[in-house]
Design a binder for this molecule. Structure first.
Ligand code: ADP
Ligand code: MG
Length: 675
């Protein structure tokens, strides 16, 4: 019957194998990637576009300027270099000139690309004569018609092994299955000039102009933010509804006593945040508060006050930190702080001697230990609490949702206090953690002198080392830090070891040096830090193990080697290891060889800027939120677009719209304020 020849138009809810070119086996692969039905598939957006608008003639190409060319492939060959290494080299001719292209480790291209094919390529030409390394490309097959040469071509990231062309064909069919629903109100769409859902899908997958792409992405970005905020509003409301007397902790004299015992007074922001926390602890609703503050803004003491308050009233408090170094440091400083209050502190890390560990586990289970500081060891299943009432997570971005959940499961609706490590703009915090209440510590403790920061290379680098030696001679301390890069971890660890050996014999031979890197046992590392803290060691040669949290106030010089290999926020974190006292401090960003444009830009930002919030904002502009926070974008399904581009204004709108439209409780309104 003719019927059976008619293409079947799938619906959004149909499984993906309703699309042409996708069989049941592929469908299973896609389902594993979170794409189960045609609607999900529609939401698989192009990673990139090859736009004729940016297309230029090869004759007009300029080195180092990104360009799109279209032309005929005149030759293609595979060059083998042994050890599985291969280069594919091709030449493209567009009638005005020729350009060479090379792809590494892509031997399959020599088979799939044939001379005579029409290609659109995109990349940055370099050298003389011009060539392109690893250009992105699209083949234009005759049946797609010559006119397609003029179309904007979407490029999809490979999806479960599906070739571009299959994705594109399947998408053309999927575009007939756009659901009719429109989750956004007319009012908000008009206010923000957002296209309707159906239009937006066409705009992303079959754009007629660059403007359409931009408008569609903005619409989907808003929709994503809106949905996330609706979920946040929901969780928040559920939390407010779960009041319980058991969770009430009054403000007691112990807090005043603790604050009075400090050698300083709290900054205004510290005091304000502490007050917010106390309100939470009194409310009977489980606290879920995130404290954003720059490195060195004094988050620890605020958390300490909350811990003391809860512990004194019979609740158990746990402080979870990402590294053992930090756990030991916090355990020590809390113990000192709490001793006059009659509160004791336990340490729980994985390599405690067995009897000590047993004691800690027993004490937590029977309630005789009220305060514990620990690493991941704290969230192991063997750890049971009698009445866990407060969880503090330091450097919270280092922990995943799962780890937080593991800790949550150990107490009945315990209060949660999360301390950030990266000061991020409030709107970004709302995007990621909008279900939490937010506190911001903006002011730094008084008397801090900004860390003088300088990018040094060549002669200037030598001067920096001499300056460091002068400071050491004055009795101050220094760090020399080497990057750890995953692929060559070993080599970089070696760089630190070799530098230590050499410096100990030559330039710094009058001083005692310490070596700190991830390959040492935690005992060795702890001993080195102890000696550094005690002043027995003058300089620490280290890798990024000192990045987070370590507080050593006599350290005044930080030399970061190969600083161009770090991200901006990470450099700021590292720099935060110095400048923690009233002594003038210095940070030298040392580079070797030529430094790329964006790296130079990053180092420039650090030279000018000491404020972590401002730095995060610059980082956001340079790298986008996902990279800034080190978040894997594929692992954050609901925030895919929001991690690629950041639009604070849309965040504010989405939040307002979501919290208002979902009938917040009468005491609510917009419960999340930045404090
Ligand atoms: P971070 O916010 O990075 O965790 P810390 O809590 O480690 O910072 O505090 C950094 C240093 O500042 C510590 O040595 C701490 O004792 C000190 N500090 C904290 N608050 C104040 C304050 N109000 N005045 C002076 N020094 C302070
Ligand atoms: Mg800290």
């Amino acid at each position: 019957m003719a019927r059976s020849h008619r293409p079947i138009e799938p619906a959004a809810g149909d499984p993906v194998d309703a699309l042409p070119g996708i069989g049941p086996a592929r469908a299973a692969d896609l389902a594993a990637l979170g794409i189960a039905n045609v609607g999900d598939f529609l939401h698989y957006f192009p990673a990139d576009y090859l736009s004729p608008g940016r297309r230029i003639r090869v004759a007009d190409a300029v080195a180092e300027e990104p360009a799109v060319f279209a032309g005929e492939l005149v030759s293609i060959r595979l060059i083998r270099r042994g050890w599985g290494r291969s280069i594919v080299e091709g030449v493209l001719d567009d009638g005005t000139g020729r350009i060479r292209m090379s792809w590494f480790r892509a031997a399959y291209l020599a088979k799939s690309l044939k001379p005579g094919m029409k290609l659109v390529i995109k990349g940055k030409p370099t050298g003389k004569p011009l060539r392109m390394l690893h250009p992105a490309f699209e083949t234009l097959v005759p049946e797609e018609g010559e006119s397609d040469f003029e179309r904007i071509l979407p490029r999809y990231r490979s999806l479960g092994g599906l070739p571009q062309k299959t994705i594109r064909k399947a998408m053309a069919v999927a575009l007939h299955a756009i659901p009719e629903t429109e989750p956004l109100s007319d009012r908000i769409r008009n206010a923000l000039d957002l296209p309707g859902r159906a239009d937006a899908y066409h705009f992303v997958h079959r754009p007629e102009s660059e403007d359409e792409i931009i408008r569609a992405r903005r619409r989907f970005l808003f929709e994503e933010l809106f949905r996330t905020q609706c979920r946040f509003a929901e969780t928040h409301r559920a939390r407010l509804a779960s009041r319980s007397k058991k969770r009430v902790f009054e403000k007691t004299a112990v807090v005043e006593q603790l604050i009075a015992s400090l050698p300083f007074t709290l900054t205004r922001d510290q005091a304000a945040v502490l007050e917010q926390i106390q309100k939470d602890l009194r409310s009977g609703c489980p606290m879920e508060r995130l404290v954003l503050g720059d490195v060195g803004s004094g988050k620890t003491v605020v958390a300490a006050a909350a811990i003391a308050q809860v512990a004194e009233q019979g609740g158990q408090a746990a402080l979870l930190v990402p590294t053992e170094i930090l756990a030991r440091q916090h355990a020590r400083s809390l113990a000192e702080l709490f001793a006059p209050l009659g509160l004791s502190v336990r340490l729980l890390v994985s390599d405690l001697p067995a009897p000590e560990k047993r004691e800690a586990l027993d004490g937590l289970a029977d309630g005789s230990i009220s305060i514990v500081v620990g690493t991941h060891a704290l969230i192991q299943s063997a750890v049971k609490f009698d009445s866990l009432a407060l969880c503090v997570i330091d450097e919270q971005h280092r922990f995943g949702v799962r780890q937080r959940a593991a800790l949550t499961a150990k107490g009945k609706n315990a209060h949660f206090l999360l301390l950030s490590a990266t000061p991020i703009p409030r709107t970004l915090a709302l995007t990621l953690h909008g279900d939490l209440d937010l506190s911001v510590i903006r002011t730094m403790p008084p008397g801090r002198i900004p860390v003088a920061t300088k990018h040094v290379a060549g002669e200037a680098r030598k001067k920096a080392y001499h300056h460091m030696r002068d400071r050491l001679r004055e009795g101050e301390q220094a760090f020399i830090l080497f990057p750890l890069v995953e692929e060559s971890e070993k080599a970089d660890w070696k760089a630190a070891v070799e530098a230590e050996k050499k410096l100990a014999k030559t330039f710094l031979r009058e001083f005692s040096l310490g070596l700190l890197h991830g390959r040492l046992s935690s005992r060795e590392r702890e001993e080195t830090l102890r000696r550094f803290r005690a002043g027995e060691l003058h300089a620490l040669i280290c890798t990024t193990v000192v990045e987070v949290g370590v507080d050593l106030p006599r350290a005044t010089v930080m030399i970061i080697e190969d600083a161009d290999r770090f991200g901006l926020s990470q450099l700021h974190q590292i720099r935060g290891r110095v400048g923690r006292s009233r002594l003038a401090s210095y940070c030298y960003l040392s580079t070797h060889g030529s430094v790329g444009g964006t790296a130079r830009e990053r180092l420039g930002v650090l030279e000018r800027e000491n404020d972590g919030f401002a730095i995060a904002e610059a980082d956001l502009a340079i790298r986008g939120p996902g990279d800034l926070l080190g978040l894997d974008q594929s692992g954050h399904g609901p925030l895919r677009l929001a991690l690629q581009e950041f639009d604070p204004e849309l965040v504010e709108w989405a939040r307002k719209e979501a919290w208002e439209s979902s009938q917040a409780p009468s005491d609510g309104g917009l419960p999340l304020r930045a404090g």
